[in-house]
Design a binder for this molecule. Sequence first.
Ligand code: ADP
Length: 359
Amino acid sequence: MLLQAAANYTVETYVLENDEHCPAAHLCHHFVKGDIRDFDTVYQFGKQLDALTIEIEAVNVEALEKLESEGVKVYPKPSAIKIIKNKITQKAFYKEHGIPTSDFVITHTLEELHNHKSFLPAVHKIGEGGYDGKGVQVIRTESDLDKGFHAPSVLEKMVKIQKEIAMIVAMGADKSIAIYPPAEMITDPVLNLLDYQLSPAHLSDKVLWKAEAIAIRVVKELNSPGLFAVELFVDETDDVLVNETAPRVHNSGHHTIEANYSSQYDMLWRILLGYPLGNTAAILPSAIVNLLGAEGHSGEARYEGFTEVMKMDNVFVHLYGKTHTKPGRKMGHVTIISKDYQDLTYKANKIKHLLKVVS
Ligand code: ADP
């Protein structure tokens, strides 16, 4: 999606990724096969470029630091990626800067986790390597303790969540800031993945202002140009807490392609190319339905109900071009736009039942 947006600008794109059949491979000008975690691979790849951005935090940050020191524009800055890529340093960063987040303790082993019975109910999150709900375990009672991680992790107090929202914040090299209207998540308790999303979220003015102020604080304290998604919890008492931040274009911003004047992808190009930030306002409210691989289906992907969905008005299907599906794999998303929230909810539910990724 970032590469699709690049077509509007005079920019030559290079992609580094280990899978030459990945969706980005045929959309860039130059594809380089290689491991983003390897220092030399990232350094050799970046040396020839004017500007670099990332899609996933697991990238080799030391190589990015070296590239930055040699004059390559790296947005987000490696210093911001370093804080964010490990949930332990990320939580410590919020605490250090007085940014509201749930209380936490750090654990290194399962034995150590067992010392924190009085801290329950809580959520255990692995420091590095977790993604899309993997690396997160809910520990409600003592009997759940063995589900935790035998690795450096954070144990966070369980928040009584009223709403999960995400705020996308853009920061230019000149420190100019733009913030998108919030998105509201509805999650699937079984897969622990996003079920569908509405934007702009229904929030009181007071909660909205708090959420905006906190999201902007996070990005200002990270002190890095780039595009950031700040995931927040609104708790039962209307307090707003940071869950986590992604230093990149994010699934909570897919709707901005059709629903906002400047999409998150267009915005990141503006930042990378040194242009003024775009208009973040919503043209119309929107919903996103994630297309996940259906349970019990692994293999070459087929899309059941596709034609029916394509018949629907103001519905935009995005298939990522991944050839193989497996249960829970993100295969695409569908955006719905409408001035009427009821229409959004109705269509989101209809699409969820109609469109299936099977093998
Ligand atoms: P990931 O990085 O894998 O997306 P998250 O840290 O966002 O993992 O956690 C996944 C989900 O788990 C969240 O969307 C939320 O529903 C739930 N969760 C995470 N942390 C807490 C918490 N402290 N209290 C209550 N629920 C939480």
